[in-house]
Design a protein around this ligand. Structure first.
Ligand code: SAH
Length: 238
């Protein structure tokens, strides 16, 4: 049997996991298609108060996570793998998460290590070290600031798990979803055929698969060019 996709989250709040990931199809697939481990950064603090942060050199607001403590926690995460996992630091300064980034992340058979920051962030030296020595990449989930990297990590995990083989009941559902062909999805309908005097488009009731496919494609292009024309000419590389 193939090894499951191992995700290790490095955080000061391990109890937040698996959280929402335990529900629905991602939850069903835990154990068979992917598995989740956490490393509690606080376990690597080296004083009796279990301190993981300190004040910033040069002044400024808030606290910064210490490089020595974070580094030891990351080494413990890495020790769980016999191959090279993709290593990610959740960071508002990172590359924005897109479907194509997710495709690259989920195709790494050795799984992921995800480092979550808290407070004002993490000492730059440990970020540099893991980028230089372990190809760590910084990923942002969008241009806004959250309290910590845990919710962003859940977003990365959720999106990656959806793309793993065998997680979705119908693998085609990940092919024609929004973004997978650089297009937004066409409109979808279910029963009843008439609701509030609104009819389901006739073409979908014809049973003519070719016409239906053409309609879906043209609706998809129409909606994308109206709402997100930038997607139609986007660069696909990570
Ligand atoms: N002072 C930092 C923000 C710290 S927020 C700055 O101005 O850039 C604390 C932590 O939350 C970050 O270290 C990061 O791990 C996480 N975080 C916050 N917003 C994020 C985002 N948009 N994407 C990914 N991670 C984020």
């Amino acid at each position: 049997m193939d090894k499951v996709f191992l995700v290790t989250v490095v955080t000061i709040f391990p109890d937040m996991f698996p959280g929402p990931l335990a529900y629905g199809l991602s939850g069903k697939a835990i154990g068979s298609k992917w598995s989740l481990q956490t490393i509690n950064i606080r376990d690597f603090a080296n004083d009796k108060h279990k301190t993981v942060d300190d004040t910033p050199f040069g002044g400024g607001p808030g606290m910064i996570m210490r490089p020595d403590v974070v580094h030891d926690a990351m080494l413990a995460a890495l020790a769980k793998y016999d191959n090279k996992p993709k290593i990610i630091f959740m960071s508002p300064r990172g590359k924005t998460l897109t479907h194509h980034v997710v495709q690259e992340l989920s195709s790494n058979k050795h799984g992921l290590i995800i480092l979550c920051g808290r407070y004002e962030g993490i000492d730059e030296r440990v970020i540099e070290f893991w980028k230089e020595n372990h190809n760590m990449i910084e990923i942002s989930i969008g241009d806004y600031i959250l309290f910590g990297g845990e919710i962003p990590a859940m977003v990365v995990i959720d999106t990656c798990i959806r793309l793993l083989d065998g997680v979705m009941k119908n693998p085609n559902s990940t092919f024609d979803e929004s973004f997978s062909l650089d297009c937004l999805e066409y409109p979808q309908y279910t029963k009843p055929r008439i609701w509030c005097q609104r009819r389901v488009p006739d073409v979908l009731l014809t049973g003519n698969h070719k016409q239906i496919a053409e309609w879906k494609r043209s609706e998809s292009l129409r909606i994308t060019s109206e709402r997100r024309p930038d997607l139609l000419c986007r660069n696909r590389r990570l």
